[in-house]
Structures are given as structure tokens and as C-alpha cells.
Design a protein around this ligand. Structure first.
Ligand code: CDT
Length: 313
């Protein structure tokens, strides 16, 4: 019997620094309604979807830094999204900056994403693990100060039962790391949601910049194929406050093929009906982990080669 999940990638064009949460949520609602019109089960929004990509600036004032984060979810500004999801009977995935407090008041800043079900209830949460960029301001045209603003996520790479499937999440730079996909793959993941803000022109060597769009799709396609999963990759893109970010939001099949892709660098929805049995077929055959993996052989063999292990072990 076919097992289908219809997904929408809701790409966002640029968000200005002075755009309010309410203004952004109005855009998100429009995208949600368009997706609902296509009859989708879930609409996937990008990383840090509620604001501009603030880690491009070195901000000193603590209160100003905190103003980019959400202290609770939902909150007054985002409540309409949850209500509309319930009304339309559609789920969503949302990335945002999260301010969290321990019982003793210790503050934490995370780059977070949630899954919300078709009744508007939060059913999954992930905090970005591979925080890219740097903490100190570099002598170059553009900054990527995520390490200054976000701690490493503390929730691992969990896989959730959602939309009658097994759903995992990762955020932007996480998609470049095979560990991300394999940890979810080992939990049987069938669908991965991943939002991204991927800049070009920060002052990286030209060849890296030129290959950024290729590396984006390469990461999704390899991760999906090698772990027999679907993925929805969703960009915030275009020229935001003078800085360029790639688009190319895509829906990728377990074969590694891109089955839908945005063509603009603006707010845009693309949709695909995903057959979860396609993932099951790869899991049963070429990527039957239980049958083919050899974890007992996956260890460093420095004692035989005499090589120095990599610094991180
Ligand atoms: N947001 C995010 O994780 N962006 C990174 C850019 C790293 S370049 C400093 C990415 O992997 O796209």
C-alpha cells in the first residue's frame, strides 16, 4: 500500500533588518495558505525564518542581541501560524533563534527548529549542532558570526513520528556532515527537514563561492541517497541587507534525485507528493543497514599505519 506525504518547501526571499515579526509571519501565512491550496500535509520554512540573518553583524549590546531570539514558542507574534495550521489542517516546520533558561536562570542561545502537527501542537524540536563561521570579527567583506551567537545544540539528532512517517531535522551547515544524516538514518528516518541561510561573497576564496550552489545540492543528494530518505531543503535567500544568499530550495528523493526545486530567490512554494515506500525500498535493498553495514570495522587503524589521528580523534 502506498504511503504518501505531500510536502511543501516554502522558500523565503530576503528579510530586512527592520522587518517586524508580525510582518514576517504575514508572509509565512501567505506561503502556508498557498501550500494548503496544494493539499500538502506539511509546509517547511527556512532556518531563522522569523528575522533577517542577524549573525552577519557584530552586535555588542546584550539586550539587542536577545531581541533576535524567541523566549517562548508560540508567542504573540507566531500564534497566528499555529492557529492557521490548525484551521487549515496542515503541519509546519519553523526555524528560529531560541533563548532558553535553566532553572537557575542560566541563559542559552540556540539555533532551533520545530515540527508542528496539523492541530497546531509542537511535536518535535531540534537545536543546530554544527555551528558554522566564527566568533570573532574577521578582516573580510562579510561576517558569519554564528559561533558568537549560538551554542551547540543539546538535543542530538532525534527522529520523530510525524505525518505518518519518521521525520528528522537538521539546520543548514548540519547538512554538510555525513554524521548528521547517518545518525538519523540509523533511526530509520524517512523524511528530513532542513532550513538554510547560505551566503556567498563573504570573502571566501572565489572557487568555494562558485561551488556553493553545487555543494548545497551535493550535501542533500548524498545524504538522502546514502540514508534512504526524502529531504526538504529550504532557503532564505536573495540579497538581504546587501548580502547575497543562495536559493535552490529543493525536495530530494531517496534516489538522490531532486524532484522539485525553486526557481526564484524570492518567497516561493514548491510541492511534491513523496512516496515513503521509495525510501523503504532502498532501506530493504542497497542500504539495508543491518545486512550490509560493518560497524565493527569502522575504527581508526592508526596502530597499523603509524599515521597521526586527526586532531579531533
Ligand atoms: N547558516 C549556515 O549554517 N550557513 C552555513 C554557511 C557557512 S559559511 C560561513 C552553511 O552551511 O550554509
Amino acid at each position: 500500500m502506498a504511503r504518501m506525504i505531500k510536502v511543501a518547501a516554502a522558500q523565503m526571499g530576503p528579510t530586512a533588518r527592520d522587518e517586524t515579526r508580525q510582518e514576517v509571519v504575514a508572509r509565512l501565512l501567505e506561503l502556508m495558505r498557498e501550500a494548503a491550496g496544494w493539499g500538502v500535509d506539511v509546509v517547511v520554512y527556512p532556518e531563522l525564518a522569523l528575522t533577517t540573518f542577524f549573525p552577519r553583524w557584530a552586535i555588542e549590546d546584550e539586550d539587542e542581541i536577545d531581541s533576535w531570539y524567541e523566549r517562548e514558542m508560540p508567542n504573540a507574534a507566531t500564534q497566528p501560524l499555529f492557529e492557521e495550521a490548525d484551521k487549515l489542517g496542515i503541519g509546519f516546520h519553523l526555524g528560529y533563534a531560541e533563548l532558553a533558561f535553566d532553572a537557575d536562570g542560566t541563559k542559552h542561545r540556540y539555533n532551533t527548529a520545530i515540527i508542528v502537527d496539523k492541530t497546531g501542537a509542537i511535536t518535535g524540536k531540534f537545536r543546530k549542532i554544527h555551528i558554522p563561521g566564527h566568533a570573532e570579527v574577521l578582516d573580510r567583506p562579510g561576517q558569519h558570526l554564528e559561533k558568537r551567537y549560538f551554542e551547540v545544540g543539546d538535543l542530538g539528532f532525534p527522529v520523530f513520528r510525524a505525518f505518518d512517517s519518521l521525520v528528522g531535522m537538521c539546520i543548514c551547515n548540519d547538512r554538510r556532515w555525513p554524521e548528521t544524516w547517518r545518525v538519523m538514518g540509523l533511526q530509520g528516518v524517512e523524511m528530513v527537514f532542513c532550513g538554510y541561510n547560505t551566503p556567498v561573497g563573504l570573502g571566501d576564496p572565489y572557487d568555494l563561492d562558485a561551488l556553493t550552489p553545487f555543494h548545497n545540492h551535493l550535501s542533500f543528494q548524498a545524504g538522502c541517497y546514502q540514508n534512504a530518505t526524502w529531504a526538504v531543503g529550504v532557503a532564505k535567500c536573495g540579497t538581504e541587507e546587501g548580502f547575497n544568499m543562495i536559493g535552490q530550495s529543493c525536495i530530494v528523493a531517496p534516489s538522490g534525485e531532486i524532484v522539485a526545486q525553486c526557481s526564484s530567490i524570492e518567497d516561493e512554494v514548491v510541492v511534491h507528493q513523496c512516496d515513503l515506500n521509495a525510501a523503504a525500498e532502498y532501506k530493504r535493498d542497497i542500504f539495508n543497514f543491518a545486512y550490509h553495514r560493518q560497524p565493527q570495522h569502522y575504527r581508526l587503524i592508526v596502530e597499523r599505519t603509524g599515521a597521526e589521528p586527526p586532531a579531533e580523534g
